[in-house]
Design a protein around this ligand. Sequence first.
Ligand code: CA
Length: 229
Amino acid sequence: MSLTVLLVEDEQLVGTMVRMNLESAGYQVVWSRRGDEALSRATSDPFDLILLDIGLSGMDGIEILKSLRQKRIGTPIMMLTARGDVGTKVQALEMGADDYLPKPFDVAEMIARVNALVRRSQADREIPSSHVFKFDRYEVNLQTREAVTNEGKTLLSEKEATLVKLLVRSRGQVLSRSDILEEVWGMDVAPTERTVDNFILRLRKLFEPDQERPCHILTVRGVGYRFVV
Ligand code: CA
């Protein structure tokens, strides 16, 4: 079954281009041109992703975002906007947008980010609702950050827990150091790739039966890491 994207865009040219490219990437697209109409669609039908323009008639994208999150609709949302300023970006992210793409954007980049976001949210659904992830002799509560580790019961730091969450979500896949930096450190003051390695060392100390021969958090030479359970 193909995944469905709700595209909310009032500009004919941009909308046509985005729809065409999403469809050739295999998505089904529902295109809504007005803000108020988009909100009622997003509320009544399930979508795998919403691509949401900010400047719209009827209701603007920020209002739609706010309203959806207030209604506890957790569909991943990527904001599309001409307003590339940092204020709007921060506002959108604080209100629960998952990503932000300033116009004009490169179509290939948009598709790559849509794919990444959809993959992430599909994988999130696989984390049990109890938030407790168990593997080997270990246990991590992804919500409270409490873990059962080689050091006994441990409270993970926020960054450690975010990294564990990323590993769990992407298990089996190779993550580059820059993927990890982007997802775990995001907009914080940029640390170096060595920071990633140090965090991985710390996690191995907690979650590997033998740190010298990791069997869960594997090094992928020249690329990054891969988590296997
Ligand atoms: Ca617009």
